[in-house]
Design a protein around this ligand. Structure first.
Ligand code: PXP
Length: 248
């Protein structure tokens, strides 16, 4: 079938930084469940949360509460560790995105090293797949890395858009071209392509226009805008940008 840009692009809203605000004071607010509910009502397709090893924002109880109380597709980001696999196999999110994790980093810096960490990532993918959790690999838009994805067995990749988001001018155009090339290549292998990291109200449109991308996961910019316009409006405004890019 001919690819066309009018295919809807899905949005997973990453609400980690609502938990960051809560953890900064150890309060019970802002309420993550309320945020998840409002994001869902505003039209998002999924809630994305990252349970980090150091539990700096999302807590175990948040994962279980969202899973149980909010009827929306859950995309759980996790490191390829035994602890996280155990939790994911208990929570059973629809999607699990395997991400690299370093304790000292501010956010997820760079994609998975799927060549150096091949066996660990393959094992984690198999464990989650056995539980019918769909696995996505968070990787750089790098053809050599994408070539290894079929051997790992994950049906989805999420392309790291952080370098694109941080670049300017011609550099940004070059990064966009890398994302386009990586998307087309992965799509030709039958891999579902998602993208995310650093996407905001100015730089999302160009990524959303890549027709083979199926989903964007966006967090920081939406939560930041929510401070001024509320989470519902912030979510709807991002959906509008994405729909416009797809001619919807
Ligand atoms: N996708 C993945 C795999 C991530 O790790 C993150 C950050 O947690 C995001 C998307 C969202 O990035 P941002 O908060 O910069 O929108």
């Amino acid at each position: 079938m001919e690819e066309n840009t009018s295919q809807k692009l899905e949005l997973g809203v990453n609400i980690d930084h609502i938990a960051t605000l809560r953890q900064a004071r150890g309060t019970t607010y802002p309420d993550l469940l309320e945020a998840a509910f409002l994001v869902k009502e505003a039209g998002a397709d999924a809630i994305t949360i990252h349970l980090r090893e150091d539990r700096r924002h999302i807590q175990d109880a948040d994962v279980y509460a969202i899973r149980k109380q909010i009827n929306i597709r859950l995309n759980l980001e996790l490191a390829a560790t035994d602890e996280m696999v155990k939790i994911a196999c208990d929570v059973l999110p629809e999607d699990a995105c395997i991400v690299p994790e370093k304790r000292e980093e501010l956010t997820t810096e760079g994609g998975l090293d799927i060549i150096g960490q091949f066996e660990r990532i393959q094992k984690t993918t198999q464990q989650l797949t056995q539980k019918e959790v769909r696995v996505s690999l968070f990787i750089e838009p790098n053809i050599e890395h994408i070539k290894r994805v079929p051997d790992i067995g994950a049906p989805i990749i999420e392309l790291h858009t952080g370098t694109y988001a941080n670049a300017e001018g011609d550099d940004q155009k070059r990064e966009l071209d890398r994302i386009i090339e990586a998307t087309e290549y992965a799509h030709s292998l039958g891999i579902q392509v998602n993208a995310g990291h650093g996407l905001d109200y100015a730089n999302t449109k160009a990524v959303a226009q890549i027709p083979q991308i199926q989903e964007l996961n966006i967090g920081h910019s939406i939560v930041a805008r929510a401070l001024f316009v509320g989470i519902s409006r912030a979510t709807r405004q991002m959906i509008e940008i994405m729909n416009e890019a797809r001619g919807i």
